[in-house]
Design a protein around this ligand. Structure first.
Ligand code: ADP
Length: 216
């Protein structure tokens, strides 16, 4: 039997017709705020030649350009609340639609609740593809708060500087986002990866999880 990773590599390098039998590698990089998704996403993007989509980064870009979308997101982000689904899902779909010729995507910060997960599944199905797997970085709350406060010293993000906002983001994660793990667990696509250690150690753990358990 051909392993899924091998099938994906074969398909990527032998594809002659872009529209024919297209197989994408679509990864959801999951975990609480401050768990290292952004750092690892960059490395995974390079290794697997994917497009990295961070909804947090997209919102910050819109905000820095004072667009109507940025205006809508601002108040929610400042409080550590989720931006409404209709705004977030539309923005995500627009971004994916711009890169339909990609080998696949790393979704970072999306889906953040089960409504978004259902929307993502439906949307990818309509494009003839699917979520290949979700890998979740497991980091405890105290470590997260420490990391985010440290990041806040240089990130310029107001939501990284205030411990009560950080605690609210963790609360929102536990209440609204954590169920997304179960959503993909039911599809046999979710894996938990230990998120404490050096950047390279964690990266290797992620790669192992991805290479051993992909659905493509
Ligand atoms: P972190 O993971 O460190 O909290 P992000 O950059 O992923 O940071 O997100 C920052 C903020 O952007 C969130 O607290 C939320 O307000 C908003 N946001 C990002 N992604 C989503 C999403 N998928 N749905 C709703 N809001 C989102």
């Amino acid at each position: 039997m051909i392993s899924p990773l091998f099938r994906w590599i074969l398909n990527t390098f032998t594809r002659s017709d872009e529209n024919q039998d297209k197989i994408m590698l679509n990864l959801v990089l999951f975990g609480p705020p401050g768990s290292g998704k952004g750092t690892q996403a960059k490395k995974l993007t390079e290794k697997y030649d994917l497009i990295h989509i961070s909804t947090g980064d997209l919102f910050r870009y819109e905000m820095s350009n004072n667009t109507p979308l940025g205006e809508k997101a601002k108040a929610y982000m400042a409080k550590g609340e989720l931006v409404p689904d209709e705004v977030t899902i539309g923005m995500l779909e627009n971004k994916v639609n711009k890169h339909l010729d990609a080998n696949g995507f790393i979704f970072d910060g999306f889906p953040r609740n089960t409504v978004q997960a259902e929307a993502l599944d439906k949307f990818l199905t309509s494009k003839g593809t699917q979520v290949s797997g979700l890998v979740s970085l497991d980091v405890d709350d105290e470590e997260i708060i420490k990391r985010i406060l440290e990041r806040g010293k240089t990130s310029g993000r107001s939501d990284d500087n205030d411990e009560s906002i950080i605690r609210n983001r963790i609360e929102v994660y536990n209440q609204e986002t954590a169920p997304v793990f179960e959503f993909y667990k039911k599809q046999d696509k979710a894996q938990l990866v230990h998120g404490i250690g050096s950047i390279d150690e964690i990266f290797n753990r992620l790669c192992e999880a991805i290479d051993s358990n992909l659905v493509v």
